[in-house]
Design a protein around this ligand. Sequence first.
Ligand SMILES: [Zn+2]
Length: 392
Amino acid sequence: MTDEIFRQDGYLFNFEAEVVSVKGDDVVLDVTAFYPGGGGQVCDTGSIRDHRVTEVRYEGKDIVHVVPGNDLEKGDMVWCSVDWDRRFDLMQGHTGEHLLFCSLHRQCPELTIKKIYISPESKYVIVDRDLSWDQIRAALSFANQAIRDNLPVTRTTMDRDDPELAKVRIKLDRIAEDEEISVVAIGDIDLSACSGIHVMETSELEFITVDRKVSAGKDGVAIHFKVGDAAKDAATSLAMSALEMIDTIGCKAEDSPRAVANMKREVELDRRLLKSASRDILSGARAAEVNGCPVLALAVPGGDRNALAEAAESMRSRGGVAALVSVGETLSVVLASGNKAVDCKAVLGDVLKPFGGRGGGKPDFSQGGVPDASSAEDVLAALKEAVSKALI
Ligand SMILES: [Zn+2]
């Protein structure tokens, strides 16, 4: 059983130990300050004598250090070093997770935590329900005040029958009957059962911010956060993006969320109207006859691409040919044919090339684009000519 120094002192990162066993890359020491990870936090890395420790994990009650290519032997006394920058980042992140969740929980008492992930590259909590940005803003304000107040972060142990346990965030089913319960307190604002490693005072977190909120599928919502310098950099970067967006919209900062929501709604409505108008135009258009084959050739200003594709598909299924052009900032072209004489892929490629455009697809249905929207009538004329030539 390895003596776990990190349980008593998270700040000790250089230590001497005796090698207890070596099996290939796997090395067990009598004592270790390497945290093997757990509860969603990744493990420490570092070195044992000049060899890199790339991974640390539990095997029963032993802690195994993975030391590739080592020449260590049982009985060696070795000098070991935990990568301190990585360790401190993980300690900040882990303590930050306690502080963030308890702050979010104050905004939404029914909130429960589903999963945690703490690594140097990514830190997030997955919670069971979505939170509004106002709730997150209020939680971050509370959390950063707790950082300014420099609250102590302390660890105690409790028995399963301790009445005080009722005040602790805990998942008892994850703790063995005979295991002592380690409880971490942040001042008087949070009590949480946890056997991980934490900083000693909240001021060591410096600053905490949320930088992303995404769906985590059936688990709920992942709230990504950053702590310390990474949080300050993320906050500055997000503020600059927001200011650029506000400048583009031309509104006051406090009005921007509502302005963007209104714009999104308007764009969605315009798209629906455009689709409906495009369908009306296409259904009212008459197909010409070329050698007994109906050919529908039409340029639709601002035509909805899905409506064009539907109309083209309808012509194809009736044995006809459809050459449809949507005129926007560029041209979108659809060519569909239910007549074997017209190879859409070949025709579209040949016609669009002189206009600097490209197309692709299948012989009975192809789509393409042309960068210059002013060439719409010329493109349509060239398509009609190529289709007629193929049909005669
Ligand atoms: Zn913890």
